[in-house]
Write a protein that binds this ligand. Structure first.
Ligand code: AMP
Length: 282
């Protein structure tokens, strides 16, 4: 049964004690509503580290005005059951007032990451991610921290932040877990009604079509690859596309020439639900 910790100070004491005994901490930060994608991260941490820590915190700083902060699914008991099944040692579930008794005055900037793709479409989102991940990594201390490739821009941002600001964390990227029809698992999939759920796999289908076109002709221009993916997405009229973009995996700046390792990323909305996904050119 995982130990549930509410206060940052207590978390530090528990983890310091484990580290003093030689344990390596494996940390999986989440916003809860745990699904098989989160479970894959937790299982990897379980296999690679001695003490597995999962945080469950819906971070208000990364939600914009009019976004789904209030609607975001919250069910700590269900999350604890998942953590128990995955043999998690410690669950850090700070109440909002424990994490930020008042809004933080000093925050991090996502820099150039905040100006493209997710950053451009969700102003302030990646600043909020950087700020909460920084705080959580400070609270966790020395660790291996597990992040999903599904949120590829977030992953690139966190890796760069750890390098730029010398966090004592090793960032471990984990592959995207998908439904059998290709839809990437997401807590937000719970918002989809039956019709929207049926349309949703077109997002991954579109990205896969772009990648396959590049595999068939590696000289294709980035704009052509994006257009091919865009056409597949447009065939599903329920989708409103925010972007389809081929970018450098480290900087998330637009690719000038298509090359192996680049990320073809997309965001699109189905009714009120916004979905993101990406594939790597390889
Ligand atoms: P979230 O709770 O949505 O903030 O996600 C917590 C962590 O789980 C992040 O590192 C995500 O990238 C990762 N994650 C979410 N969905 C998936 C998925 N389908 N496959 C792999 N990792 C995921």
């Amino acid at each position: 049964v995982p130990k549930v910790v509410r206060a940052g100070r207590e978390l530090g004491a528990v983890l310091d004690q484990a580290r003093a005994g030689g344990a390596m901490v494996g940390f999986v930060p989440t916003m809860g509503a745990l699904h098989a994608g989160h479970r894959a991260l937790i299982a990897r941490a379980r296999a690679e580290t001695d003490l597995v820590l999962v945080s469950v915190f819906v971070n208000p700083l990364q939600f914009g005005a009019g976004e789904d902060l209030d609607a975001y699914p919250r069910d700590l008991d269900a999350d604890l059951a998942v953590c128990r099944a995955e043999r998690v040692d410690v669950v850090f579930a700070p109440p909002g007032a424990e994490m930020w008794p008042e809004p933080p005055v000093v925050r991090l900037s996502a820099g150039a990451f905040g100006e493209v793709l997710e950053g451009a479409h969700r102003p302030g989102h990646l600043d909020g991610v950087a700020t909460v991940v920084a705080k959580l990594l400070h609270q966790a201390g020395r660790c291996r921290a597990y992040f999903g490739r599904k949120d590829a821009q977030q992953l690139a941002l966190v890796r760069r932040m750890v390098r730029d600001l010398a966090f004592d964390a090793t960032i471990v990227p984990c592959d995207t877990v998908r439904e059998p029809d290709g839809l990437a698992l997401s807590s937000r999939n719970a918002y989809l009604d039956e019709t929207e759920r049926a349309a949703a796999p077109a997002l991954h289908r579109a990205l896969a079509a772009g990648r396959d076109a590049w595999l068939a002709d590696p000289t294709l221009a980035p704009g052509r690859i994006e257009a091919i993916a865009g056409q597949v997405l447009a065939a599903e009229p329920a989708f409103v596309v925010d972007y389809v973009s081929l970018v450098d995996p480290d900087t998330f700046q637009p690719a000038t020439r298509a090359a192996e390792g680049q990320v073809l990323a997309a965001a699109a909305r189905l009714g009120p639900t916004r979905l993101i996904d990406n594939v790597v050119l390889r």
